[in-house]
Write a new protein. Sequence first.
Length: 243
Amino acid sequence: MIDTATRPFAAADARRIAAAFLPAHPFGNRYDYYYTQAKLRSDPLYPGVLAALRGTTAPVLDLGCGLGLLLHALRLDGQRQAYHGVDIDAAKIRRAGPIAARAGLDDARFAVADLGGGPPDHAGSVAILDVLQYLDAARQAALLDDAIAMLVPGAKLVIRSGLGDDTARGRTTRITDRLAHLFGWMQEIPRCYPTRAGLESQLRAAGLAVDFRPLYGDTPFNNWLVVATPSAGVAPGSTMHHA
């Protein structure tokens, strides 16, 4: 039996989500449309995150939201959690809000934020997808502590990240992230890839149960999905790791 949470979206679902990113004018720029469709058809990121959040009702803070694809995926999946997306890339945020509004996606908002300076106030679930490698080790630890402190009963911390190791996938991930910065898709250059041992240590010390699973899909990258939930009887964030 195929685990659909670790497979990319089917072509029809990818096209359905990507259609929201078509330009309003027939001759407008279709880069976002083609990019989102290609990503959704090749990367199992969003099916994995949807599976992790399914059944939860807490508001979702999407740290490093980009164009807000997680919002579109949540609504296609029938998940109605309130959504707040933030990203350092002001151009993407300027596009994300109107696109979501045209698609009729409610209970959602977007804002520009530099995660290096700390996340916005929030209580609920937190998604940190393909973000940690753009922060140095100290800021990663601080951001995770902040995210842990936001968790409420029934909420989840969902992380997707390339992990720091010397595998072929690890090397490919590092090279591709640098190229994304060089060509202007990502404003930040990767600084530090978290390790599994480091993430597991910090999350478990904060009273969270942690699940790791590879999330490669049809990509050559060293991507992993990390889902952390409060353990029974332990308050999240009880142990802090700010460097």
